[in-house]
Ligand binder design. Structure first.
Ligand code: HEC
Length: 164
């Protein structure tokens, strides 16, 4: 326990007339290394996602679509919480469902995507159209469950692919 004695001496010794840092030595000795350890990027971990290289304007467009998708999910959650299932059904179909493909320039983008990524995209659009039909039936719990099928499709694609 020599270290502990040393800490106590540093903190309490009246002979210690160094200017005192406002943060305790114990904080420095324990918490600071922990913060450094947690902040160290896991550089050794290889990234398992497939890199899909897109021309720069297309990448920007795709990421913009993505941010739009997240916004739609946020709005869907609000509409469900407010019990406005018809509005949720319309929003999901027009912004994420099969009806939204042209709006997102899907036919233009798809040829740049590997097949697995295209399938993940189709799965997401299909789940959104399915959500829309279920929401129209008016059962809010069933609608939440079906919304989760959409988010599962988002996360499945994110786990497999990256663009940068
Ligand atoms: C077909 C594949 C695919 C699907 C489906 C998909 N994404 Fe993405 N998304 C990506 C890729 C690839 C990236 C870029 C990741 C990277 O390179 O870091 C991305 C990035 C994003 C980003 C970050 C945007 C930015 O500006 O950096 C958000 C937010 C996002 N996606 C939301 C969603 C949401 C919400 C859904 C589902 C409704 C979804 N995505 C569905 C492939 C997909």
């Amino acid at each position: 326990m020599a270290l502990k004695r040393a800490i106590l001496r540093l903190e309490w010794s009246p002979a210690n007339n160094l200017p005192r840092c406002p943060v305790s030595y114990r904080f420095h000795l324990t918490t600071v290394p922990l913060i450094l350890l947690l902040a160290t990027p896991a550089a050794a971990e290889p990234d398992p996602r497939i890199l899909v290289e897109l021309p720069a304007p297309m990448q920007a467009h795709m990421l913009q679509n993505m941010r739009g998708h997240l916004e739609v999910l946020d709005r869907l959650l609000l509409l469900l919480a407010e019990g406005r299932l018809d509005a949720a059904a319309d929003l999901a179909e027009s912004e994420l469902g099969m009806s939204s493909l042209e709006k997102h320039g899907a036919s233009h983008m798809a040829p740049f995507y590997p097949q697995g990524m295209q399938q993940a995209g189709t799965r997401m659009h299909r789940s959104a159209s399915r959500f829309s039909r279920i929401a129209q039936e008016g059962d809010v719990l069933a609608a939440y469950k079906s919304l989760r099928e959409i988010t599962a499709a988002c996360t499945a694609c994110h786990a497999g692919y990256r663009v940068r």
